[in-house]
Design a protein around this ligand. Structure first.
Ligand code: PMP
Length: 249
């Protein structure tokens, strides 16, 4: 597989809920967007994709995490199934601002999920004891975590960097936005300055494996001692029942 890794891979990370692969269609779609961007000679129907996911997850006797990797060069496809291990995140995690700026990649938009992005690889080396690190753009805007999207709450409003900030359009991010709309929480998608994070009332990250991850501390700034703020808590309580009832799964 070394050859494929060095040539670049398009990838997706999925998880199961109640042992059923979650949001398979959205992941399939995002994978296919990358396939068409790179003109990879690869085709697979959604039914075939789901079939492989179902067979693989059946082999694991608890919730699974699935990595789907597709070689840009050879169009070979790999599925890696493993038990889903989520460390307890409800009590909040520590994150920090990375020294690494998002390098605008003129050839591949950040919305494509590919391995080997230099900025992400360098940022991940700074994680250390933190849960994740936050990449910022050359203009000082907040982009995203090295494997997560970023949300903040200010005076009852939910705010998240827009896609134009140069981010991956995370599937969990999209679901949180839908949930916020359902709960009538006012939402802004826009450029977010780094200092706004430090002035925020609440902050959380989103990614497939763990869902909504409340941030307890950003650098030296403490958001909460005991429990995440009210909007983060409300979204966390409602997230799983909400997404499991979405029609498109
Ligand atoms: N941003 C980056 C750079 C990521 O790697 C991920 C994880 N796939 C995310 C955001 C979160 O995306 P999702 O909610 O689709 O897992």
């Amino acid at each position: 597989m070394f050859e494929e890794v060095s040539q670049g891979l398009v990838y997706e990370t999925l998880r199961t809920y109640n042992r059923v692969p979650f949001a398979a269609y959205k992941h399939y779609n995002r994978l296919m967007r990358s396939v068409s961007f790179f003109d990879i000679p690869f085709s697979m129907t959604f039914e075939e994709f789901v079939d492989i996911l179902k067979k693989g997850t059946r082999q694991i006797d608890r919730e699974s995490r699935i990595k789907v990797l597709l070689s840009v060069k050879t169009a070979e496809l790999f599925f890696v199934f493993s038990p889903l291990n989520i460390s307890s995140v409800e009590e909040g995690v520590n994150v920090k601002i990375s020294k690494i700026r998002r390098i605008p990649d003129l050839s591949t938009p950040p919305s494509l999920k590919i391995t080997g992005r230099t900025d992400i690889l360098l940022a991940r080396r700074e994680i250390g004891e933190c849960y994740d690190v936050i990449l910022t753009g050359v203009n000082g805007q907040v982009c995203e975590g090295s494997f997560s999207n970023v949300f903040l709450v200010k005076e009852g409003r939910l705010i998240t960097p827009s896609i134009e900030s140069g981010i991956l359009d995370g599937i969990t991010r999209e679901n949180v936005i839908k949930l916020a709309n359902r709960l009538e929480i006012p939402l802004e998608e826009r450029f977010v300055w780094v200092w706004e994070l430090f002035e925020a009332d609440e902050m959380f990250l989103t990614h497939t494996s763990a869902g909504i991850v409340p941030v307890r501390r950003l650098n030296d700034h403490l958001f909460f001692e005991e429990e995440p703020g009210p909007i983060t808590s409300t979204l966390m309580e409602n997230f799983e029942p909400f997404v499991l009832n979405l029609e498109e799964n």
